[in-house]
Design a protein around this ligand. Structure first.
Ligand SMILES: [Zn+2]
Length: 219
């Protein structure tokens, strides 16, 4: 934030010089402070420098989603992150990866956890993924997909629960998100959604205990 402030102050100075006159300078400074500091960093293409292939979760495989399925952003500075949304892919891991790479799919989550417990990251946590079907929830959350089908409880393996819990605990720690069901929700709980995932077979008690344990372990 410090760097941004200095940057927008510099812009104010330049603009004030161009406009000239004390009154105009005050007016444009007010506008600039209001508009630039709030909006400048939300313009398309303005984003934090990032390293190609870098991941937010150590050990995750990086496969980039199509740019059509997320919005470049600068979280948590432009949008605070205070939620995790849990999903189920309704298909296999690689078909979900392909869907998120497809610009026509219009949706993607940050992560996919496989039945084998492996984590694939497709969108940086900095960016707004289109996964919740609700703009406000997309902007404030990280989406975690799980390989499988909502009506096949056997798809939700032990290693999947454990890996997803470690991933979720790390996200909670990075952004100071409380480990509770107010902040870790299912897609079905997002207002306005017609999705039912993760479904009745997702064991929330078990998952939340694992997230809490992993969160404590990394304290
Ligand atoms: Zn979903």
């Amino acid at each position: 934030m410090g760097a941004r402030k200095r940057d927008s102050d510099r812009r104010i100075g330049r603009r004030a010089l161009l406009v000239g006159g004390a009154a105009a300078a005050v007016g444009s400074a007010f506008l600039a402070r209001d508009e630039l500091s709030e909006l400048y960093w939300r313009l398309p293409g303005v984003r934090k420098p990032r390293v190609e292939g870098a991941v937010d979760y150590r050990g995750a495989r990086w496969v980039s989603a199509s740019e059509a399925n997320f919005r470049w952003a600068d979280r948590p500075d432009d949008y605070g992150i205070d939620m995790i949304v849990v999903h189920v892919t309704q298909g296999g891991l690689e078909s979900a990866v392909k869907a998120f790479q497809d610009p026509g799919h219009q949706a993607a989550a940050h992560y996919i956890v496989g039945k084998d417990g492996r984590v694939t990251q497709m969108i940086r946590e900095l960016d707004v993924a289109y996964h919740a079907g609700n703009r406000g929830y997309n902007e404030r959350s990280v989406g975690i997909e799980h390989e499988g089908f909502v009506d096949r409880p056997q798809d939700f393996t032990d290693v999947m629960y454990e890996a997803s819990a470690r991933l979720a605990a790390g996200i909670c720690r990075r952004y100071g998100i409380p480990v509770d069901r107010e902040h870790i929700v299912g897609h079905v709980e997002v207002p306005g959604t017609d999705h039912t995932d993760p479904g009745e077979h997702w064991d929330w008690d078990r998952y939340m205990k694992l997230v809490a344990a992993a969160h404590t372990a990394t304290a």
